[in-house]
Every structure is written in C-alpha cells, then in structure tokens.
Design a protein around this ligand. Structure first.
Ligand code: PXL
Length: 449
C-alpha cells in the first residue's frame, strides 16, 4: 500500500526547492505526495523576483479538501510567509494527531526573505508548539532562539531553547557553520532531551538550492513510513547527502539539488543489464558467430544514458570466447569490465548520445566487404596515431574512434587494420545491443564457412 504525506509550502518556479522539491523527494522515497500551495514565487537560481502569497481562504480549502478525503500519514510545513497563512495553518492543524515536520523557512539561499520579519514571533508562538520536529539551519536556529552561535556548544543551546518554545524534537543542520572545514555536524535533540550528532565529510559545494526542503521532505516521508523520529532524521540526512552529490548547475546561479537523479540512474543501470543479458543470449546463439570472434576475443557493451566513464558501461565480465563451434560468455554482465570496447562507446557518445552499444569482431577481408555493402563504414589506422597519444595508456582507442568519426559521424562500423602487436579489428555500433545483434545477423547472412 502506498502511504500519503502532505506538504504545505510555496511553489518554486526554478523547480529546486519548495513544493517541487518536496514532491520529488517524497516520490523518490515511495510516498504519495499531496500539496497545499501557500505562495507562488517567481524565481530562478540567481534571485527570487516576486512572491504572491495566496489567500487564507484558498489555503484552508486546499487543506480541508485533502484531509477530508485522503489518509495523510505525515505533514510538512514549509514556506508560510505571512501572519494570515501562519494562523490559518496553525488553527487547522493544532489538534491534529498526524506527525508534523516544520521547516522554518526564513530566507532563500539566494537571499530573499520568505517569511516577513514582523511575523517571526507569530511563527514561533503558533507553529513551533504544534510540530513534532523542527529543522532549522544555523541561521534559522539563531533567529528562532535569539542565541548567536559561536561554537558547537551554542548549537546545543539553540536546540534546547527552541525545544522550550514548544517543538518536541529539534534538528539543527550544521552546513552553514563554518568552524569546521572537514565535517558537517547536524545536531538532533529528541523529545527526551537526548542529543545525537550526525557527521558527514564536508563536500566542496558552497551552497545548494533545495537541500533544506529535501531534508525536511525526507524526514516527513520516513515519518509517514512509521520510522521513529531519530532514525527518520538519520535516514533523511543520508538521502540528502546523496542528492547533494548529484547537484546540477542548471542555471547561472547556485547549483540545485537533484533528489531523483540517482533513482533514474539506478533504473537505467537495471535496464541496461537486462537488455544486455538478453542480447548476449541472442548473440551467442547466432549460428557461426564464433567465426567472427578475434584472437583477443569479443565483448559487447551497453552504456547508461549520459555515461562518462567506464563504470557507466556494462559488458561481459571476461569476454565472449570461441569454444569449438560455439561462442560463450565466460561470465555474467557487469559494469566497468571492458576497457577497450567501453572506451570506443564512450568516445562515440561524444558525437551521438543515442549510440550506446558496441561489439568488436575480427577484421577479415570478406567480413569487411560485407560490412561495406550493408552499412556506413569509416576507419582509422593505428600508424596514424601521434606518439603523444601512443604513450598514454588507454588513449589510443578514443583517439581512433574520434578520428574515424570526424570523417563519417553517422558510421555503424569503425575498423582499423592493426599494427605491430595490434590485431586488426571491426567495431559494430548501435543504439542498443539488440540493434548490434541484428547487424551481426545481417553480416553472417549467406556467408559460407
Ligand atoms: O529553500 C527554501 C525555500 C522553500 N520554499 C520555497 C523557496 C525556497 C528557497 O528559495 O523558494 C518556495
């Protein structure tokens, strides 16, 4: 069964924070997200250009519509902006039994105020006492507690003060605390007065847009899944750490968190392995395929979209080898296993991102003649290779593929005729391994052995 959570927050037109971040994070964690929009911001990665707070009436109607129908297992409150919104949200939720996560959003990372100064005391009086956990960063913790943070002990003092104001649990996020270059320490104070510290190595990213929203949305998701509070915070921290690793520079301003990129990448990896395993089965059952296998054996590879290194390319662990009148893979499919054929596909993808699969076969006259009749073929010679490239381990293939593609960027086949100690080779390219297998079938069609 899918659990639902509700986020009551502002819309961020840049897509990185607010409602948009909450929906991505909750969805990525398997939670169905309902949304109540409190304000619409016109912003990008440089500035917040405009804020339109919505009326108390429509905010109330949104909350009532959702709560009167959908079982909600946790609620997040994000940007509330003004007194009317604070009062409306507080009045509706003050007797609710649903766990509430309060993200005390005061300013955007780009600087603009997202909670008017004059409403700070209302915020503290009306929202802190109704929440189960509040998740300030260092600046927000200072503002809510009135304590200036100069050292780690001050962080604990702010957490205790904020708890006194009514929040049951407090998480002070340490990312903006610059006393420690190596580590980021987040401080959790639970409802029994116990502190838990979460330590992560500091990444070389100054400020990211959306990390605070992603964290509080992740805590909300884990609470909806019934994890106990401290564990929910620890898991949310780990999740956000990964989403910061996947930060994207999407605009001209600060980088934006990308909380679902790793999920997309994982699903691509799964599909690549499945399709490649299927294609290896088909390839090795093609009659006479073993006659195309070179001395140095064959491999077929398949890269994930946007691959940029060998670990993004799957191949047969070991090779596909000739065994009598059959061909067999020596082992299963893995990422990062085929240096040569993987280098070819990585280089090809610089010209055409859609071509993601490749197979190397023997270069013999009649095979090459058949390729020339059927496909677009281009080539390079290893003896054209500049010394500077030859001397650099692993660079030869990229150089050759790039050189060959400069003559014909749409080639299906790239070959070279070898050099001292280098076997001549043909590489067949395709958008996916099935297409490569089909090309092999056409090459072998009507060929007599
Ligand atoms: O990151 C805090 C935040 C929350 N909600 C909205 C925002 C921002 C930051 O820009 O725009 C709507």
């Amino acid at each position: 069964m899918v659990q639902a959570a509700l986020t009551i927050a502002g819309s961020d037109s840049s897509g990185g924070a607010g409602i948009q971040a909450d929906m991505k994070t909750m969805s990525a964690l398997g939670i169905y997200s309902c949304t109540v929009i409190t304000a619409i911001t016109a912003q990008n990665t440089l500035n917040v250009d405009h804020i339109l707070p919505l009326s108390a009436d429509i905010i109330k109607k949104q909350i009532m519509s959702v709560l009167s129908d959908i079982p909600i297992h946790a609620i997040k409150i994000g940007m509330v902006y003004n007194n009317e919104i604070i009062t409306t949200v507080s009045d509706i939720l003050k007797n609710s039994k649903i766990p509430i996560v309060l993200d005390p959003i005061i300013s955007a990372g780009t600087g603009a105020r997202l909670l008017e100064q004059e409403f700070l005391s209302d915020f503290k009086i009306k929202l802190l006492p109704i929440c189960d956990v509040v998740t300030p960063n260092i600046h927000e913790a200072e503002i809510l507690s009135g304590i200036k943070i100069k050292n780690e002990n001050d962080i604990k003092k702010t957490a205790l003060k904020i708890q006194k104001l009514g929040a049951k649990n407090v998480v002070v996020k340490g990312g903006h605390f610059k006393n420690n270059d190596e580590m980021i320490i987040d401080t959790i104070l639970n409802d029994r007065g116990k502190f838990t510290l979460i330590k992560n190595p500091r990444m070389k990213i100054a400020e990211t847009h959306g990390s605070g929203c992603n964290f509080s949305a992740a805590v909300t998701a884990f609470l909806a899944l019934k994890f106990p509070m401290v564990l929910a915070c620890l898991m949310a921290n780990k999740y956000v750490h990964n989403s910061i690793v996947n930060t994207v520079k999407i605009g001209k301003g600060i980088p934006v968190n990308n909380p679902i990129s790793s999920m997309y990448e994982d699903s691509c990896r799964f599909k690549v392995i499945e399709e490649l395993a299927y294609a290896v089965d088909k390839l090795t059952s093609i009659k006479n395929f073993e006659k195309l296998i070179p001395e140095s054996q064959s491999n077929i590879v398949y890269a994930i979209p946007n691959a940029n290194n060998i670990d993004d390319v799957a191949g047969v662990s070991g090779r596909i080898v000739k065994a009598g009148d059959r061909s067999v893979p020596t082992s299963g499919i893995k990422f990062g296993v085929s240096r040569h054929v993987a280098s070819s596909i990585l280089e090809y993808m610089k010209t055409n991102q859609l071509v993601r699969s490749a197979l190397n076969i023997k270069n013999e006259k009649r095979i090459l003649d058949k390729c020339n009749r059927l496909f677009r073929v281009t080539h390079y010679e290893r003896k054209w290779e500049p010394k500077t490239i030859k001397n650099r381990e692993g660079r030869s293939i990229s150089w050759g593929v790039s050189r060959a593609l400069s003559k014909n960027p749409d080639a299906d086949i790239i070959y070279h005729t070898g050099d001292i100690g280098k076997e001549p080779m043909i590489i067949i390219f395709g958008q996916n391994p099935q297409e490569v297998v089909d090309k092999v079938k056409s090459i072998l069609d009507n060929m007599k052995f």
